[in-house]
Design a protein around this ligand. Structure first.
Ligand code: TXA
Ligand code: MG
Length: 308
């Protein structure tokens, strides 16, 4: 089902969109930067559907959208500097990457201990977030490898049949993505965007450049790595190993999807890896995952995790 709710979004359309989100569906919605492809950030399966719809070759960590600072404080752990940035730039095109609290799907941040949060300024986005009543994960609403969508028509062209609803709030005011700031090693510019560096540095002082797990200039490559060694394409568990299965595999310690459903496997991936990492086994073996659909993204993350 796909329908467009036309400009000056009606309250009934907002209510419909909020219901779709609460039921685990996908809604594309305008923000002041670019259109977002939203799903309930607390629902692993709904988040997995975002990646399936975008056709992403890998799981990039997503931004969680909330209506205000209080809602953001429920999702992540703030520090004093982050609070000052929020006070100055929210609602607006600034994203803050902070330590996660419980509640948001691990798939949202691709297994990382941090979550990116933002309070958008757009009226439709605000109305939707308040009506949904839960944090909404949303990457830019374009197919992977294409430019961000700034109108509802762009979204329909790029993702048309793959979303349940598109809210049309007219062209995005800024047309450029939010600025992303991290704090792991002091205030760091993770992505240049709609808030200028100088405006942020007026509050933070000179920003660091990203490095290591938080990313590198030009290409953010944050990824989750377990503490235990990971062995891929395993057909059985060796002594001391826990086996993470896929499909019909009776000996698996945990199974990403007994029915072989790649969306379910993506939804379970990071939670199960963490569980096995925290368990008694010395190392983790992972069954082969088919390389189609979300399997490509799952294998990409597993390969990175295995490299450590
Ligand atoms: O303006 C925007 O930010 C738009 C609208 C829809 O809000 N969203 C957007 O999302 O551009 P996306 O998924 O296309 O880009 C998210 C960026 C990526 O560069 C990602 O690496 C970074 O945020 N990011 C998200 N979570 C992160 C985390 N936990 N650590 C480091 N970087 C993170
Ligand atoms: Mg994007």
């Amino acid at each position: 089902m796909l329908y467009l709710a036309l400009m000056t979004v009606a309250p009934t359309a907002i209510a419909d969109a909020a219901r779709i989100l609460r039921e685990g569906g996908l809604v594309a919605f305008p923000t002041e930067t670019v259109y977002g492809l939203g799903a309930d950030a607390t629902d692993d399966r709904a988040v997995a559907r975002i990646f399936a719809a975008k056709g992403r070759p890998s799981f990039n960590p997503l931004i969680v959208h909330v209506p205000d600072l209080a809602a953001a404080e429920a999702v992540v752990e703030f520090n004093a500097l982050a609070r000052r940035l929020a006070a100055r730039f929210w609602p607006g095109p600034l994203t803050l990457v902070l330590p996660r609290k419980a509640g948001v799907s691990l798939l949202v941040s691709a297994g990382l201990d941090t979550v990116a949060v933002r309070v958008p300024a757009d009226d439709t986005a605000q109305a939707l977030l308040r009506a949904a009543g839960r944090p909404i994960a949303a990457p830019s609403a374009n197919a992977s490898g294409t430019i961000s969508a700034t109108t509802a028509a762009h979204v329909a062209d790029s993702l048309g049949g793959k979303v349940d609803m598109i809210l049309d709030g007219g062209p995005a005011a800024r047309g450029i993505e939010s600025t992303v700031i991290g704090f792991a090693r002091g205030p760091t510019m993770l992505r240049l965007g709609a808030v200028a560096r100088g405006d942020i540095e007026a509050i933070t002082g000179k920003l660091h450049d990203p490095q290591g797990i938080e990313g590198s200039p030009g290409r953010l490559e944050s990824h989750y790595a377990p503490n235990k060694p990971l062995r891929l394409n395993a057909t059985d568990a060796r002594p001391g190993e826990a086996l993470l299965g896929f499909g019909t595999n009776v000996t698996a310690t945990s199974n990403l999807s007994p029915s072989g459903d790649l969306i379910e496997a993506a939804a379970n991936l990071f939670a199960m890896l963490r569980e096995l990492d925290a368990g008694d086994a010395v190392s983790i073996a992972v069954a082969p995952i088919p390389q189609d659909g979300l399997g490509e993204a799952i294998n990409d993350r597993l390969t990175r995790a295995a490299r450590r």
